[in-house]
Design a protein around this ligand. Structure first.
Ligand code: PEP
Length: 255
């Protein structure tokens, strides 16, 4: 199946709403209408900038898609500080990053919590980008496959429909923000393992529809190598997505 490529810029906790507007406008100037035929481009600013970026996307009729960096699983109630899936959907958010390693590491997110978020985000009509990946210690201990597939199974637990709209980002923790990207061959092999797991647990149609991204120190200089791998359908890009020029070069990886 020909899966449309997906490039997601994870801005993390960077950019106030004014800076976010500028970044989105600059990025859009650097992309051509044809680029969007090949690649779906998502920006995920912090929550505080979502409304501003939504307004720019709508007013300027940009083809960029809006994403969020997390979501709670309840839609409303006494959950001080949380942001709900229905609130995000109302802002025109169509993708939500879930289970990022920074959330797992700093905020104690478990597979069970990630799974609750995944189900809530899908119920609200958005598409999750579920992050999985091993630490350096786990990699050196030879448990990459076990860790990654365990996170995939945990994130998708008890889901039986709509799985084709899910995205999974393979992000080795040791490669995130370090400047040490995985070798494209290794990343491609892990993405293939994920695809095989999807096929055995959810069938060939789901496995063929799900987009599997690589993330971890992606930049304009190394993106081509990842995109050449059969089971890599795009990238989750952190640091390099903060620079509109750099992110545009990643998005236009074929040039
Ligand atoms: C990320 O934020 O998910 C990420 C992969 O960051 P970086 O590209 O900076 O490694």
């Amino acid at each position: 199946m020909d899966r449309k490529k997906l490039m997601v810029g994870n801005w993390k906790m960077n950019a106030n709403h004014l800076e976010a507007i500028q970044m989105v406008q600059k990025l859009s100037y650097r992309l051509q209408p044809d680029d969007y035929d090949r690649v779906e481009v998502v920006v995920t600013p912090p929550f505080t900038a979502l409304r501003s970026v939504q307004t720019v996307i709508e007013a300027d009729r940009l083809l960029l898609r809006l994403g969020a960096q997390n979501s709670f699983w309840e839609n409303e109630g006494a959950f001080t500080g949380e942001v709900s899936p229905t609130m995000l959907a109302k802002l025109g958010v169509s993708y939500v990053i879930l289970g990022h390693s920074e959330r797992r590491t700093h905020f104690g997110e478990t597979d069970e919590m990630v799974n609750r978020r995944v189900r809530a985000v899908m119920t609200a009509g958005m598409s999750p980008v579920i992050c999985v990946g091993e630490t350096l210690e786990q990699r050196e201990g030879g448990s990459t496959e076990q860790v990654v597939l365990g996170q995939v199974r945990g994130g998708l637990a008890s889901l039986s429909s709509g799985l084709g709209s899910i995205n999974i980002a393979y992000e080795p923790v040791w490669a995130i923000g370090t400047g040490h990207n995985a070798a494209p061959d290794d990343a491609g092999s892990v993405c293939e393992l994920i695809r095989n797991e999807l096929e055995s647990s959810h069938g060939v149609d789901v496995a063929e529809s799900v987009r599997i991204l690589y993330g971890g120190s992606v930049n304009a200089g190394n993106i081509k190598g990842f995109m050449a791998k059969r089971h890599v359908d795009g990238a989750l890009v952190g640091g390099a997505s903060l620079d509109p020029d750099g992110f545009a070069s990643v998005i236009r990886y074929w040039l």
